[in-house]
Write a protein that binds this ligand. Structure first.
Ligand SMILES: [Ca+2]
Ligand SMILES: [Ca+2]
Length: 699
């Protein structure tokens, strides 16, 4: 039986073919790779910014510069991120799902099976710059992943006010601006370096790529007092309920949501390790009017700081825009604006005053004015996050729309063919930057990096959308901390960690209010199987291991290898098990039993992509076929008598090694269409035996 990931992969491949065909038929698609000068690329990433915060998505926060990008550009209404800081950044930079790039949760380094946008654009003649928040490990820095220059925060968040030790200039020794201790506010400083690096790019005579990743508006919230003041009284008098209603009304006027969309009830605050201590676990956000006046004053101040942080970010977007206009680079600079995840509810409606702690201080009187300054450390809590994510459910961390749907603006006078100010409901995902920029910047996606094969890109190019065309339907899967979703057309299957799937028809129920799972179990099962297959293929979950004890085996797969050595697949280790691997390019089928290794070695390395079939018969006869022809035979004492301890691993041999190599001995290349059958009696009559598949082993 074919493992389910194969089915999904085939479906994806078919969809890609359709997408390619429609791209080829598209005469009006922007294609600056040939002919016209290639664009500069500016990706502006906000942090923890909700879907409705900026004005052009319905917010009351003053963001005239971001709004101007939307007015002349294109807004996506169904663009997705990966639910949290590091995973979204990994996907944005590599075009892979976060887990594939080595960033399943937070702050781990990008692995060696991916390449960054900087690493693909540099060989295509670009200069690559980064300013702002990296959050992909301090050990594996932006300049180690292709960027020429970097200024910013290698970690995930910290003071907006204090440069040392939180902000870093790389490469070490490159010119650094000097700020007096009281004259540092990171968002403005990021603006300064953005201008510096754009100047460098222009002076180089090459096209440039600038990744400008603001910390705004991640906690600990901080903003200049002058920007905070104008919001404080307004938020105090309105509160989050009226703000949610106002934002939804504006979104309807802007045509971003259906005109008959009802305001949802206030979101629940899913249980977490902090709000179990504060008493808010799994409770709904409270009504604003039900809060005491001193609490409303405290929370209005927190929201005002958040809004001010966004306003100052927008001001710096304005500085960048003005610079592009002054230097004549405005027309051919492709600008993106988006957020890395939905607004942050950590950890309850009142917010916190200390990291990873239930500590909340009710600030009053003169103390209130210190909130947002250099000596405070606050978040704004789940009630305001709910408002920031209007009209969607839930927040950062979760796969409901409030966690993963991001504002996304594209601005590019020289290349965008859509009507100025247009919106599109086509689906996009953070993995799409890589294929989009490969197309538009004339860059090539390499097959390897530093001698290690890299994974095929996962995203879809958005270039046809920029040309006014429609992409083919896609299947989109997301996972973070066990929270998960799969979207297929208008259908969405979504679940919190360790909770059952819920099913929504987003075409009729965009805010995920009516769970159709009980009414449509067949669709839940089908979409759930698609998600499971994706999760295994994209390394979200380990490969389930077939039960092989005492059974003859038939193992098949397709391989595209870039190097001469490495494990194709293995189940077991130094006591017992089987493996397929390459040795100097030659396929080897290995069986180990009672610690002794038996191998069938193909005489020659196959070229290009090849298929393998390995059989272990009941009498121990081993046969290895390459591209359908028997290439080698050997003899083991019999079948593998007991279930091996190490599970099935694909592309490597985890824990102890079946073959004569040092684990994990990864393959430089791809393994597809893995099919393992235990119990087939090949040596006798070839009758079909018991088939072992993923779902069976999973259940
Ligand atoms: Ca974030
Ligand atoms: Ca092993």
């Amino acid at each position: 039986m074919t493992l389910p990931q194969t089915r999904l992969r085939a479906l994806m491949a078919a969809l890609r073919l359709v997408a390619l065909a429609s791209l080829a038929a598209l005469c009006c698609a922007p294609s600056s790779a040939q002919g016209a000068r290639r664009p500069n690329v500016l990706i502006i990433l906000a942090d923890d910014l909700g879907w409705s915060d900026v004005g052009c998505y319905g917010g009351e926060i003053s963001t005239p510069n971001v709004d101007a990008l939307a007015r002349d550009g294109l807004r996506f209404t169904q663009f997705y991120n990966s639910a949290r800081c590091s995973p979204s950044r990994a996907s944005l930079l590599t075009g892979l799902n976060p887990h594939q790039a080595g960033v399943p949760v937070l702050a781990t380094p990008l692995n060696d099976q991916c390449v960054t946008l900087a690493e693909v654009l540099k060989p295509a003649g670009y200069r690559a710059y980064m300013v702002g928040k990296w959050h992909l490990s301090e050990q594996n820095t932006p300049v180690m992943r292709g960027f020429d220059e970097f200024y910013g925060m290698l970690g995930g968040f910290n003071s907006y006010w204090q440069e040392n030790p939180y902000y870093t200039r790389l490469p070490a020794g490159h010119p650094k601006r000097l700020y007096p201790p009281s004259g540092f506010y990171s968002t403005d400083v990021f603006g300064d370096y953005a201008l510096d690096f754009m100047n460098q790019g222009r002076a180089s005579g090459k096209p440039w790529f600038l990744y400008l990743a603001f910390q705004a508006a991640h906690f600990p919230l901080g903003a200049p007092e002058g920007a905070i003041e104008r919001y404080e009284a307004m938020y105090r008098s309105k509160g989050w309920d009226a703000i949610r209603a106002d934002r939804l009304a504006r979104q309807k006027t802007l045509g971003l949501v259906p005109a008959d969309l009802a305001l949802t009830p206030r979101s629940v605050v899913p249980a977490n390790f902090i709000n179990r201590q504060t008493g808010w676990a799994d409770k709904d956000n409270p009504a604003w009017g039900a809060l005491p006046a001193d609490r409303r004053a405290d929370l209005a101040r927190r929201m005002a700081v958040y809004a001010a942080a966004i306003e100052v970010m927008d001001r710096n977007v304005g500085r960048v825009v003005a610079h592009l206009k002054q230097t004549g680079e405005w027309g051919n600079t492709l600008i993106f604006f988006l957020s890395d995840n939905g607004a942050c509810a950590e950890w309850d409606p009142y917010g916190f005053d200390k990291l990873d702690s239930p500590l909340n201080i009710l600030h009053t009187g003169a103390d209130l004015k210190k909130v947002g300054g250099p000596d405070s450390y606050v978040s704004y809590g789940s009630g305001w996050a709910n408002a920031s994510n209007t009209p969607w459910r839930l927040y950062k961390h979760y796969a409901q729309e409030g966690g993963i749907r991001t504002p996304m603006i594209v601005h590019w006078p020289a290349g965008l063919k859509t009507r100025p100010g247009a919106t599109t409901a086509q689906i996009g995902y953070v993995t799409d930057f890589m294929p989009t920029l490969l197309t538009l910047c004339g860059a090539a996606y390499p097959r390897e990096r530093g001698g290690v094969g890299i994974l095929p890109v996962e995203g879809e190019s958005l270039a046809p959308i920029f040309g006014g065309a429609k992409l083919s339907p896609r299947v989109l899967c997301i996972e973070h901390e066990g929270n998960r979703m799969v979207r297929e057309g208008g259908w969405k299957l979504v679940a919190l960690a360790n909770r059952p799937w819920e099913l929504y028809d987003l075409t009729r129920d965009p805010t995920e209010m009516r769970d159709l799972a009980p009414a449509d179990p067949a669709r839940v099962q089908k979409m759930g199987a698609d998600w499971d297959a994706w999760a295994v293929r994209c390394r979200v979950r380990p490969h389930p291991s077939p039960q092989i004890a005492g059974q003859p085996l038939d193992i098949r797969c397709d391989v595209r290898a870039l190097g001469g050595d490495g494990v194709i697949l293995a189940q077991g280790g130094d006591q017992r098990g089987y493996a397929l691997y390459l040795q100097a390019g030659r396929p080897v089928f290995a069986v180990r039993e009672a610690g002794v290794l038996y191998t069938a070695v193909a005489p020659a390395p196959p070229q290009g992509r090849f298929s393998l079939e390995a059989r272990l018969a009941e009498d121990g006869a081993m046969t290895l076929s390459v591209n359908g022809s028997v290439a080698a035979r050997a003899k083991a004492p019999g079948v593998i008598a007991q279930q091996p301890q190490d599970g099935l691993s694909i592309g490597e041999d985890t824990l102890s090694a079946v073959g004569d190599y040092a684990p994990p001995h990864p393959l430089k290349g791809d393994v597809e269409n893995v099919k393992i059958t235990a119990g087939a009696r090949h040596s006798q009559e070839g009758a079909p035996g018991k088939k072992v598949g993923l779902s069976e082993a999973n259940d």
